[in-house]
Design a protein around this ligand. Structure first.
Ligand code: ATP
Length: 523
């Protein structure tokens, strides 16, 4: 055992001690070993479940069938890094509330993570006795490009920056095993390369990563283990399983090419509820632009993020908002949704009317906006809403005030709204799980529910910020196909081409004052 990081021999994994508790995989996992120096990728439909199993989240039967290679009687220190949500905030706008600066913690403190007590206090609280290796700390900051963010307020970090900070926080604990699921989710190509190269070089803790079928296996990976709901399908040295990876991927793509879900509705039926669906093109072009930005600038503490941005979004157009992590995409969207303090600015013009304090309010603005984003997913999952049924979760999409209003409201829906909900649930294959608890769904289906939820109030502006990341390919295809016909404005943020619906135009944020606007072409 001393030669192993981890060893499994005939382990049946159970989620509870109860005799009748079902096994996580139907049959015992016969043999699985991780040796020092190996770099494993856990791949396939049930990779997250398997990572939970090797991370000791379940009971292994018999008890010694799962062992870790540390000193006798020592408890394995395992770190999980999952990127299915972002840092929990009370509300997305909290990120932009400047007074929070005084209370929250800096990125550096977040990474050191050794205070006990509230996450939201900065004054000196009780500390754990955990010793932090200052050399490792500076090494991680420099390798993960976090140095310049060290004194930034953690809640203000962009998604990509936060992901790097969370990785540093876990590795700084010097775990016996670090399990990182979907490490590249939501990262731009530059950040993906930074993280991938770093993970390939890092040797202080054994690292195992989880990837989806369509993800490229990184060049530094030494071993792959493919897992489905039956257990391990194949495993071994990456060169010995290359053909199996190829054939499994091809089979997966073939199976998921199926888009003929059994539904009695057609896309036209779904679109007929949207006010712009029946308006002929020659009438639409006469309507004022949905959104106009006239020379918009935003800076944080004097540091510019957006500078003199001019942008016009005509009705019924679809935009891909591009730009590396940290270039201001979320900031731009928060101006549209009025979550940003600088949203009350007459240089922002909506449907021909300049936005000014007094002329409109947050709720009126958000009445015409539907949204799905990683923040919204995280808040939904953290709140009581995760206990709602799928049907009730979808119904919260009719709450007009804001996309973040998750109050249960199914009982108050009009017959017309219930009909819309039923038609959409049927079309997107959610009818059979309508009574299921949202919290019991896979991450992929949760994202699907949040996507459908964002459509229900027939918004004029639909914001899809990483809405399809962590969604399985078949659902992504179904949603993208539908969006081709959606008659409202769509603003998409996505770093991965397979997760990007077809758009007409793009806005690429490069650096403050530098941006590019163009038409999306298809090759
Ligand atoms: N409240 C804040 N205080 C200070 N800096 C902030 C705040 N909010 C955002 N920032 C900084 O502004 C920059 C732009 O952040 P934003 O989240 O808009 O980027 P992004 O393009 O959406 O990134 P990602 O692709 O990683 O989501 C980042 O450097 C971020 O750290």
């Amino acid at each position: 055992m001393s030669q192993s990081v981890l060893q499994i021999r005939n382990a049946l994994f159970k989620s509870s001690l109860q005799r009748a508790a079902p096994a996580v995989f139907p049959v015992p996992i016969k043999k699985f070993d991780i040796k020092p120096g190996e770099k494993w990728v856990i791949w396939g439909a049930e990779r997250s479940k398997f990572m939970d199993a090797i991370g000791n989240k379940y009971l292994s039967v018999p008890s010694l069938s799962l062992q870790y290679g540390m000193k006798k009687n020592a408890i394995a220190r395992i770190e999980f890094v999952k990127f299915t949500g972002v840092m929990p905030t009370a509300h997305i706008s909290a990120r932009y509330e400047y007074f929070k600066d005084d209370f929250d913690q800096t990125c550096g403190k977040f990474i050191q993570d050794n205070s006990i007590g509230s996450m939201s206090v900065n004054y000196e609280v009780t500390h754990t006795s955990r010793k932090i290796d200052p050399q490792l700390y500076s090494f991680l900051l420099s390798e993960l490009h976090l140095k310049e963010l060290e004194n930034r307020w953690a809640m203000g970090l962009s998604n990509g920056q936060m992901r790097r900070a969370r990785l540093a926080r876990s590795l700084l604990k010097e775990p016996d095993l670090a399990l990182i699921d979907d490490p590249f989710l939501g990262l731009d190509p530059t950040a993906t390369k930074i993280i991938s190269d770093f993970l390939g070089r890092y040797s202080r803790s054994p690292i195992v990563i989880g990837l989806r079928y369509h993800d490229k296996i990184p060049p530094w990976c030494t071993h792959v283990c493919c897992v489905n709901d039956e257990g391990i399908v194949f495993q071994g040295n990456v060169d010995s399983v290359r053909d199996l990876i190829k054939s499994t991927r091809e089979r997966f793509e073939l199976v998921n090419a199926r888009t003929n879900l059994e539904t009695k509705y057609k896309i036209e039926d779904l679109l007929s509820y949207h006010p712009l669906a029946q308006v002929p093109h020659h009438e639409v072009v006469k309507l004022p632009d949905g959104i106009q930005f006239h020379g918009i600038s935003v800076s944080y503490k004097g540091e510019p993020i957006l500078k003199e941005l001019n942008w016009k979004v005509a009705q019924k157009t679809k935009w891909h908002i591009r730009g590396n992590n940290g270039t201001g995409k979320s900031t731009l969207l928060s101006l549209v949704t009025a979550d940003h303090p600088q949203s009350w600015n007459s240089r922002i013009v909506e449907n021909g009317s300049p936005r000014k304090t007094g002329s409109t309010d947050y709720f009126t603005i958000n009445r015409r906006i539907g949204m799905s984003s990683p923040e919204l997913h995280a808040i939904f999952n953290k709140s009581q809403s995760a206990k709602l049924s799928v049907k009730e979760s979808l119904a919260t999409g009719f709450n007009e005030n804001s996309s973040n209003d998750f109050l249960a409201c199914y009982g108050h829906l009009s017959p017309h709204q219930r009909q819309i909900l039923d038609v959409y649930a049927d079309y997107f294959g959610l009818k059979d799980v309508a009574e299921e608890k949202y919290g019991n769904l896979s991450v992929s289906n949760q994202k699907l529910v949040l996507f459908v939820r964002s459509l229900l109030k027939m918004p004029q502006v639909l914001i899809l910020d990483e809405a399809f990341s962590a969604m399985e390919e078949d659902s992504v295809k179904l949603c993208h196909q539908f969006l081709d016909y959606w008659p409202g404005i769509v603003l998409v943020v996505s770093h991965v081409p397979a997760e990007t619906p077809r758009c007409d135009h793009y806005l690429r944020l490069i650096s403050p004052g530098h941006y590019e606007i163009g038409n999306v072409t298809f090759g």
